[in-house]
Design a binder for this molecule. Structure first.
Ligand code: GLN
Length: 485
């Protein structure tokens, strides 16, 4: 077995036993990247030099017998909207094409302290707006299961890199599904923790009340390991929850017996493709076999989640993106006078989807429309949250498909924003309700494309969620999946 085929946990054990060195690990991944990147294009930046330097210094410390952290020597790919000190962070946008942050995001700090090695920055939809990674200003990423298809988005680069074994671990961000939907499309595990569990300090803001950073991995154990490292209270983020990090040992105990599981009626019906519905319903029997109970549950307000999200997210985005004016960050296009300079910079710097969101949001927040749109959307958001609260009085875990459709062809939806937005109908409600949720493969459809199953838990009940996912993965004979590249 090649090093790049190992899981993070296996790499960790081999490092402990001194069977492999950080240098060997990095070399193996860099070779893999060189061989496979021309096909996949998951990375915007491959940080070969700094990765080798980090591996060398780790190796010295290991030889001295120092404690080098629980992710020592394990490479990780980081979505390009998470700030890395002196390492280019573009958000896949022309406006930040040459932006080198002067500081590390809190999650990056935690990873470095844990000994992880940043191997590169991954492609994404511009400013995380999209579901296919086609909105990247640079190039699209391809799905490792079918190179003609999208890897999902917006964390499509992170998902494709992990699925193609170009990194054992990756970080993504999830505002309406951007970790879980690409994980589903690429046949891997993607986890959005509870809002407030992982610090957003240093994450370039899209919609601040919805954004959350989380892991993308090939298997649940690696997901737990990575979540354990990043799931920490951070005084630098005012929305960070002052709670202790869940115990690693507890999270690693597989447990699904006696779980009360609700299948979300609204997310198995209209708009969900047949092979997805059948794939997920077929996979939930593993929970039943382990002694969990399954029952249908209705959340009547879910049908309003998409319109509600497309008022709230663009409103917050229009405000967050006001800072890109050619003065403080990134690109400046000179013109006669300051207002024309702002206009030229934003016109040349932002792509069409980002402009659409800024216009939608500015409209929804403008005087005279604020009550009719933004305020109304906030009220609907509370109703959706209340539906979940009620369901969780009776159930421990809720299950639905992650995406209503299997991975689609590159170009298929790019000219129809509404069709693209529909790709997130199952994931968006979870961000609106601020809940933790995970996507795990249900299996492959008849065409050989991955189908994802979404598991949702109560706020801050990540332990219950991850233990159930671990049990499911162990019971499922075909997991983890691997594409034949
Ligand atoms: N696809 C959704 C959007 O375009 C969600 C994106 C995300 O989670 N960042 O807004």
């Amino acid at each position: 077995m090649k090093i790049f085929e190992l899981t993070a946990r296996e790499i960790r054990e081999k490092i402990r036993k001194k069977e492999i060195s950080p240098r060997e690990i990095i070399s193996s991944y860099l070779e893999r990247i060189e061989a496979i990147e021309p096909k996949i294009r998951a990375y915007i930046t491959v940080a070969s030099e700094t990765a080798i330097e980090m591996a060398e210094s780790l190796e010295e410390r290991l030889m001295k017998g120092e404690d080098v952290g629980i992710l020592a020597g394990i490479p990780i790919a980081i979505k390009d909207n998470i700030c890395t000190k002196n390492m280019r962070t573009t958000c896949a946008s022309r406006i930040l094409e040459n932006f080198f942050p002067p500081y590390d995001a809190t999650v990056v700090n935690l990873l470095k302290k844990a000994g992880a090695i940043i191997i590169g920055k991954t492609n994404m939809d511009e400013f995380a707006m999209g579901s296919s990674t086609e909105n990247s200003a640079f190039f699209p990423t391809r799905n490792p299961y079918d190179l003609e298809r999208v890897p999902g988005g917006s964390s499509g680069g992170s998902a494709a890199a992990v699925a193609a074994r170009e990194a054992p671990l990756a970080l993504g961000s999830d505002t309406g599904g951007s970790i879980r939907q690409p994980a589903s499309f690429c046949g891997i595990v993607g986890f959005k923790p509870t809002y407030g569990r992982v610090s957003r300090y240093g994450l370039v803001a899209f919609a601040s009340s919805l954004d959350q950073i989380g892991p993308l991995t090939t298997n649940v154990e690696d997901c737990i390991l990575l979540f354990y490292v990043i799931g920490r209270y951070d005084p630098l983020d005012s929305t960070s929850a002052p709670l202790p990090t869940p115990s690693l040992e507890e999270m690693l105990i597989p447990e699904a017996k006696d779980l009360r599981i609700g299948l979300v009626e609204e997310l198995f019906g209209e708009g969900i493709e047949k092979e997805v519905r059948e794939g997920v319903l077929n996979a939930v029997r593993y929970f039943e076999e382990m002694g969990a109970s399954l029952e249908w549950v209705s959340l009547p307000h879910l049908s309003y989640a998409l319109p509600c999200y497309y008022i709230i997210a663009p409103s917050e985005a229009s405000s967050n993106l006001a800072r890109y004016d050619g003065v403080k960050y990134g690109l400046r296009v000179d013109a006669e006078g300051v207002i024309p300079m702002y206009m030229e910079t934003r016109d040349k710097g932002f792509g069409p989807e980002v402009k659409r969101r800024i216009m939608l949001g500015t409209y929804a927040l403008s005087a005279g429309y604020y009550d009719a749109y933004y305020l109304k959307a906030l009220k609907v958001r509370s109703l959706i949250k209340r539906d979940f609260d009620r369901a969780f009085e009776k159930f421990d875990i809720l299950i639905s498909p992650t995406s209503p459709i299997p991975p689609f062809k590159i170009g298929e939806k790019i000219d129809d924003p509404l069709k693209m937005y529909m790709a997130d109908i199952c994931t968006i409600p979870i961000n609106l309700a601020a809940l933790p949720a995970l996507s795990i493969p249900a299996g492959l459809d008849p065409q050989g494309l991955p189908i994802g199953l979404q598991m949702i838990a109560k706020p801050f009940e990540e332990t219950t969620l991850l233990r159930a996912a671990l049990a499911y993965e162990k019971a499922h004979p075909f997991l983890p999946l691997k594409p034949s590249l």
